[in-house]
Design a protein around this ligand. Structure first.
Ligand SMILES: [Zn+2]
Length: 138
């Protein structure tokens, strides 16, 4: 019996957590984690678990995609403002471009983002999908 990569991932990590960094100097958070604070340049960072839900602040639809991403076209890339105010740029999944709206509530999910040719290496990354209840933030 072969396990799918998604099953293997679930076996390794019981619960998917969105881990970012919080700057001890200016207090701002960022994701994905970087070696230095993107706002003030400080390297005094602590790991924090970010909220997995937020709203779409802006988005763009990309119709021409690179090799390895073709099954994901069109690709919707959004700036998501998490519930703690942290902004994350990530793909939107489980939605058609015409369904995506600014202010739409989304939640973080783990998605296959890359299929790396003949070796079958599959990259996983954070994507966001609309939550079932859509709240307008007007
Ligand atoms: Zn900082």
């Amino acid at each position: 019996m072969r396990l799918s990569p998604a099953q293997i991932w679930r076996t390794r990590i019981p619960r998917y957590r969105l881990l970012g960094k919080e700057c001890k100097k200016c207090g701002r958070r960022h994701y994905p984690p970087r070696p230095a604070c993107p706002y003030c340049g400080s390297r005094e960072l602590v790991e924090v678990e970010l909220p997995r839900t937020g709203v779409i602040e802006s988005f763009t639809v990309i119709y021409t995609v690179m090799e390895g991403f073709k099954d994901r076209a069109p690709l919707i890339i959004a700036t998501v403002k998490l519930d703690d105010g942290t902004r994350v740029v990530a793909p939107i999944t489980d939605a058609e471009p015409e369904d995506v709206r600014t202010g739409m509530r989304v939640e973080a999910v783990l998605r296959r983002i890359r299929d790396d040719g003949s070796y079958g290496l599959i990259g996983y990354g954070t994507a966001f999908r609309p939550t079932i209840l859509v709240h307008k933030t007007s």
